[in-house]
Design a protein around this ligand. Structure first.
Ligand SMILES: *[C@@H]1O[C@H](CO)[C@@H](O)[C@H](O)[C@H]1NC(C)=O
Ligand SMILES: *[C@@H]1O[C@H](CO)[C@@H](O)[C@H](O)[C@H]1NC(C)=O
Ligand SMILES: *[C@@H]1O[C@H](CO)[C@@H](O)[C@H](O)[C@H]1NC(C)=O
Ligand SMILES: *[C@@H]1O[C@H](CO)[C@@H](O)[C@H](O)[C@H]1NC(C)=O
Length: 471
């Protein structure tokens, strides 16, 4: 009897010891969240360390030193995050027991292409699909060392909706990667920002026919990829920080029926947006075109669409427009069809030219958008011409100020006018003086000799004209 009690006691002590080692003693367990962020973990917990009856939905293991991901025990977790570790290796079927897993974050690790196999994402046996991780819809692989994806990588994760591959050294989307991405029929969000890409393969976006959001920020693209023409449902495009110099009618060649949000900011090289550059974006509602330090000109017809055989012009139905912090001196009043439907407008941080061509900004635009640019009023300033420098557009509006016209060289026309009058007076005075001088000269002795040198020529001319007149 004593012996048995001793064994039981020992078992109890043992289980207490394991409990002391359990996840919730190392990490913060709160309701259904296990937060192991920044706990200096170097490896996974053993299966026995997990609370057996906990209904965990969120597990965070961010900012640790985990190198090797091994298979997790059966847990009800929905979201698992392992970002900012030192993960190099992930075991086959590591997530197989996490049947309800919907989001997996493996970003900011040291995962290479060679260590990223389809088997890593292997799920349970299924009769209809190939061992799927059925519920996984978000996979984050950003900031690793991936330069290509194996063509079968997503064979167990066919239901992915969101895939982030940003900040990996792809440089080019090769054939294997195209095949891998093409297998994601239901993909809606793809992040390829900061991946060193110069272009996209032409048919990359053809298969993922539900793709809505594409992030191409921070690449090396000198033009908008033609591959976008083959997307079917693209609604949001992030194209900031690409070395495009000019946007023109070839930038968006065919109509993009669903694109409603476009980001083209922080474009160091962009200087000009030409006629028709955005006129094919017939559903565009939000345009973020800011912090482009060299962007000094947008053609008045940049958005205007004239369809063949139709007289009328149409514009994208833009309601949010950010033109802040560019190098724009003027905006044309015909840039948009309706300025008064704007719900959001940023104009601050541009070197506005305060002359008569921009008068409409002061007297028409500002009054109609007053309530949405209220907080920018003090940042809308004249930079040119000289005598207007530093004046606030808003003050000019209040004063009902009429700005002067500059000539094409940006000179002061009032000074030119003085010059013109001077010249005119000079000419008017010069004519009689010259006439008088000629007369005086002619009548002088030297003069008469000079003029008498060729009287024949004059007479010949006079008579020949007179002859033809008589005939
Ligand atoms: C998880 O823990 C970290 C560090 O202790 C803390 O900064 C973070 O806010 C926590 N997150 C949640 C969702 O509780
Ligand atoms: C898991 O168990 C092994 C021995 O079975 C032990 O060495 C290791 O420290 C345990 N891991 C953790 C995180 O407790
Ligand atoms: C997954 O979720 C369902 C329903 O919420 C639940 O019944 C099941 O036990 C969960 N699976 C796991 C492995 O926890
Ligand atoms: C696009 O990528 C940038 C940089 O990675 C990121 O800040 C931004 O949130 C991304 N946007 C979307 C919609 O994914």
């Amino acid at each position: 009897m004593m012996h048995l009690t001793g064994v039981l006691l020992l078992l109890l002590v043992c289980s207490m010891v394991t409990n002391a080692d359990s996840v919730c003693n190392h990490c913060m367990c709160f309701q259904t969240t296990v937060n192991c962020t920044a706990r200096n973990l170097q490896r996974h917990f053993n299966d026995s360390d997990w609370p057996s009856n906990m209904a965990v939905t969120d597990m965070m293991f961010d900012n640790n030193q985990v190198v090797h991901v091994t298979q997790y025990p059966a847990l009800s977790v929905l979201r698992l995050s392992l970002s900012h570790n030192k993960i190099v290796r992930i075991d086959k079927a590591a997530f197989l027991n996490l049947q309800n897993l919907t989001e997996l974050d493996l970003s900011h690790n040291l995962i290479t292409s060679d260590n990223l196999f389809a088997d890593v994402f292997q799920g349970m046996f299924s009769e209809i699909e190939y061992q799927p991780l059925t519920n996984l819809h978000t996979l984050r692989l950003g900031s690793n060392a991936i330069h290509t994806l194996k063509s079968d990588l997503f064979e167990h994760t066919a239901n992915l909706r969101t895939l982030t591959l940003d900040s990996n050294p792809f440089h080019v989307i090769d054939q294997e990667t195209i095949m891998a991405l093409s297998s994601l029929t239901f993909l809606e969000v793809l992040d390829l920002s900061y991946t060193g890409l110069k272009d996209l393969p032409e048919y990359l976006l053809h298969t993922p026919k539900y793709l809505k959001v594409l992030n191409l920020t921070g690449n090396l693209m000198t033009k908008v990829p033609a591959a976008l023409e083959h997307s079917h449902a693209l609604e949001v495009l992030h194209f900031c920080e690409n070395p495009v110099v000019v946007l023109d009618h070839s930038s968006f060649k065919s109509e993009m029926l669903y694109l409603r949000e476009l980001h083209m900011s922080n474009m160091e090289s962009l200087i000009f947006i030409a006629s028709g550059a955005m006129s094919k974006l017939t559903s565009l509602q939000e345009l973020y075109l800011s912090h482009n330090p060299r962007l000094s000109s947008i053609d008045p017809d940049a958005f205007t669409l004239r369809r063949e055989g139709e007289e009328s012009e149409t514009w994208p139905p833009i309601i949010k427009l950010d033109l802040g912090h560019n190098n724009l001196g003027t905006i044309d009043r015909h840039l948009l069809g309706h300025w008064d439907i704007l719900q959001y407008l940023i104009l601050a941080g541009n070197p506005w030219i305060c002359d008569c061509e921009n008068q409409w900004m002061v007297s028409t635009l500002l009054p109609s958008v007053e309530n949405i640019i209220q907080n920018q009023m003090n940042s809308l300033e004249c930079v040119e011409p000289e005598e207007m420098r530093g004046r606030k557009l808003h003050e000019l509006e209040v004063l009902n100020y009429h700005m002067r016209c500059l000539d094409s060289a940006g000179n002061h026309p009032e000074k030119d006018a003085k010059l013109l009058i001077g010249i005119l007076v000079g000419v008017l005075l010069a004519v009689p003086i010259t006439m008088a001088a000629i007369l005086v000269f002619r009548n002088s002795r030297f003069g008469s000799r000079f003029f008498s040198r060729g009287p024949a020529d004059y007479s010949r001319a006079f008579y020949s004209r007179a002859d033809s007149g008589e005939n």
